[in-house]
Write a protein that binds this ligand. Structure first.
Ligand code: CUA
Length: 331
């Protein structure tokens, strides 16, 4: 009960109400190691707090009862200060430093060669996600949503295109920085199927807070089916409206930054939209992916995410309707 109470208190004070973003509810081996370290530190800190408060209570009681003072000699008080003020803290901190370093080693532990590798690149303010095969060849590209097979360790290679970002899925791993010009490695494993929220944890500019992503852990067969579909080029338009929507996309400014594989739009400045219809959110977890929100985002992105690199687009109502219909058909 004590643990549950402390965990609830900590979540209420320090974390958003979203329970699937709590480091204290770990769902994978790496997050468990981090949570254990946290609880170990809380236990030792709590013990010290208890001892100090108990000594304070004894001193207050003695003062209230007008007890005889028991002055220490110089040597006694020097030894007391040296032992309780230097030796004991140094020992405790040394243990903490060593255990933190051990957890850090775990976070960057080398993975077996056959592990699936996902390259994640941090951008202001979204996540580029590339799936690689065992030889390092590119398989599929998506954005802001990562899918992994449940119960399997997955290697994550982290890069950044502009400034320093940091990759953290509180329920699945520890934080790892994404530094421009450098590749950092970490790994994740989800023990239970589910959707876990991740968040950029290094201040990276105005919309740092709206740089979220999700990790969906699904059974391995479902993962393989999904990955095969993501590797395919975009489906052809099936209706007249969708055909018109594709024309709008290709002749407007959309195609200057975004790619839809299978068309002539191949830019890589902004999220790949080849399968945008299969995603749950827009703008890195900012909006739910629905016709209304997608239309609003295309027309006035700056009202949702001021400073974002997505410019407003001027479109007629008909063009916008066809464009949204086309984009959401890309599953
Ligand atoms: Cu990216 Cu903060």
């Amino acid at each position: 009960p004590g643990t549950a109470w402390a965990s609830t208190w900590f979540m209420c004070i320090c974390l958003p109400a979203d329970a699937n973003q709590s480091a204290l509810q770990p769902e994978g081996p790496l997050a468990k190691v981090v949570a254990d370290l946290f609880w170990g530190m809380v236990a030792v800190g709590g013990l010290i707090l208890f001892i100090v408060l108990a000594m304070l209570a004894v001193a207050l009681l003695r003062a209230r009862n007008n007890a005889e003072p028991r002055p220490l000699t110089f040597t006694q008080s020097r030894n007391l200060v040296f032992i309780s003020g230097v030796v004991i803290p140094a020992l405790i901190l040394t243990v903490f430093v060593i255990s933190s370093a051990a957890v850090n080693r775990e976070i960057v532990a080398p993975m077996p060669e056959h592990a699936l590798t996902i390259k994640v690149t941090g951008h202001q303010w979204w996540w580029e996600v590339d799936y690689l095969d065992t030889e390092g060849n590119h398989v599929a590209k998506t954005a802001n949503e990562i899918r992994i097979p449940v119960g399997k360790p997955v290697r994550i290679a982290l890069e950044a295109s502009d400034v320093i970002h940091s990759f953290w899925i509180p329920q699945l791993n520890g934080k790892t920085d994404m530094v421009p010009g450098k590749r950092n490695l970490t790994w994740v494993q989800a023990d239970q199927p589910g959707s876990y929220r991740g968040q950029c944890t290094e201040f990276c500019g105005k919309q740092h807070a709206k740089m979220a992503f999700t990790v969906d852990a699904v059974p391995e067969e479902d993962f393989e089916t999904w990955l095969q579909r993501q590797a395919q080029p975009a489906r052809e338009p099936a209706t007249e409206n969708e055909t018109k929507g594709r024309q709008v996309f290709l002749r407007s400014s959309c195609a200057m930054c975004h790619a839809i594989r299978g068309t002539t739009a191949l830019a890589s400045v902004a999220p790949d939209l080849t399968h945008i219809g299969s995603r749950k959110t827009l703008a890195a977890g900012t909006l739910e992916n629905m016709p209304g929100t997608l239309s609003a985002w295309i027309l006035t992105p700056q009202s949702f995410k001021p400073g974002s690199h997505m410019p407003a687009t001027m479109l007629t109502g008909e063009d916008l309707g066809n464009l949204v219909e086309y984009l959401l058909s890309l599953e």
